[in-house]
Write a protein of this length. Structure first.
Length: 107
């Protein structure tokens, strides 16, 4: 399965637009990790634990999107857009990643 943010695949022709496909991932984060990330943000530096969660959420959303495209019989997903959102309050933070794209058949 070819997965790309571009609107086509070089050297291939889109012969059929199968449909829009989506993958979502909502990941919970840990209160202690949130606290230490806040301290790190205050003093500067990167938060490795958050970076891992962002990557995990992105990978899960893309995998789910590709699975949906495969079920539709697509050869590729083009025009992929990734969106991220942080949802939460004082005690619980959720990270949401959404992947959208167009499932196509190539010729």
């Amino acid at each position: 399965m070819i997965v790309t943010t571009t609107d086509g695949v070089e050297g291939k022709r889109v012969v059929e637009y199968v449909g829009i496909v989506t993958g979502e991932a909502i990941m919970g984060t840990n209160v202690f990790r949130d606290m230490f990330a806040g301290i790190r943000d205050f003093v500067g530096g990167r938060s490795g634990s958050y970076e891992k969660e962002v990557k995990k959420a992105k990978d899960h959303a893309l995998d789910q999107m590709v699975e949906e495209a495969e079920e539709l019989g697509a050869d590729a997903v083009i025009g992929i857009d990734l969106d991220y959102e942080v949802i939460g309050g004082d005690k619980r933070t959720l990270l949401m990643a959404i992947a959208n794209g167009t499932a196509v058949k190539l010729g």
